[in-house]
Ligand binder design. Structure first.
Ligand code: DX5
Ligand code: ZN
Length: 219
């Protein structure tokens, strides 16, 4: 299997020391920044918005992977492009016209991602996979960090990998929620490309070391 990428989620950072935590990720072996945007409607929580993303973008020196857990994401595509997002991921469950949304994300100069809630089948993406740069499989119910990993995710990774291979696309598979040292390698071996890790990284006393250890497992 290929090399796994690691995307620490700043949702678990210390917001009173956000600059320090962004620097930590900059200096670490992590590959991307994962930014979770929650609107209190699509998910039962509110995280942070544009001014915070702008501040992070000014300091971050790695790919910005923005995960929108919001209704009507089309309204904000250009805004996140202007803020410097590299990947913009919308939820399948929040898009009435997913194909149109994907085209709009790409027209704004970003890579287009689709996130699936744990109950949403990967087979629903068979007709759009050629237009998707990244599929984010939620391995917890979105809305909060620190939840435990849903084991059915492995089956979804394998099924999605089959679809991607059958269609011959370059789509990346990302796993979001409950990623820790004990499941990281198995996820990548099953076919995942990008692992998001929030609390496991930021609750560590030595996050740089924790990132290094996770990377060593999935490299
Ligand atoms: C959950 C978010 C995740 C979250 C992951 O709704 O999409 O990105 O930050 O946090 P952990 O790794 O703590 O499960
Ligand atoms: Zn996320």
């Amino acid at each position: 299997m290929g090399k796994g990428l690691l995307a620490p989620s700043l949702l678990a950072a210390d917001f009173a020391n956000l600059g320090r935590d962004v620097d930590m990720v900059n200096q670490s072996e992590a590959d991307w920044f994962h930014l979770d945007i929650m609107d209190g409607v699509f998910v039962p929580n509110i995280s942070f918005g544009m001014p915070v993303v702008k501040a992070i973008a000014q300091k971050a020196n790695k790919t910005l992977d923005v995960h929108l857990m919001i209704v009507n994401p089309d309204r904000y595509i250009q805004t996140f492009a202007d803020l410097g997002a590299n990947y913009l991921t919308v939820h399948y469950e929040a898009c009435t016209h997913l194909h149109r949304t994907l085209q709009a994300i790409k027209a704004a100069g970003m890579k287009a991602g689709v996130a699936l809630n744990p109950h949403t089948s990967v087979h629903l993406l068979e007709d759009t996979i050629a237009d998707i740069d990244l599929v984010c499989l939620m391995s917890v119910n979105p809305g909060f960090g620190g939840q435990s990993f849903i084991e059915n995710t492995y089956a979804k990774v394998a099924a999605l990998r089959e679809i991607i291979e059958k269609k011959g696309t370059q789509t990346l598979i990302e796993i979001d929620g409950g990623v820790q040292a004990h499941n990281a390698k198995k996820l990548v071996d099953t076919g995942a490309d990008v692992l998001v890790a929030g609390s496991f990284v930021f609750n560590s006393d030595q996050p740089i070391e924790t990132i290094k250890d996770l990377k060593a497992q999935i490299a």
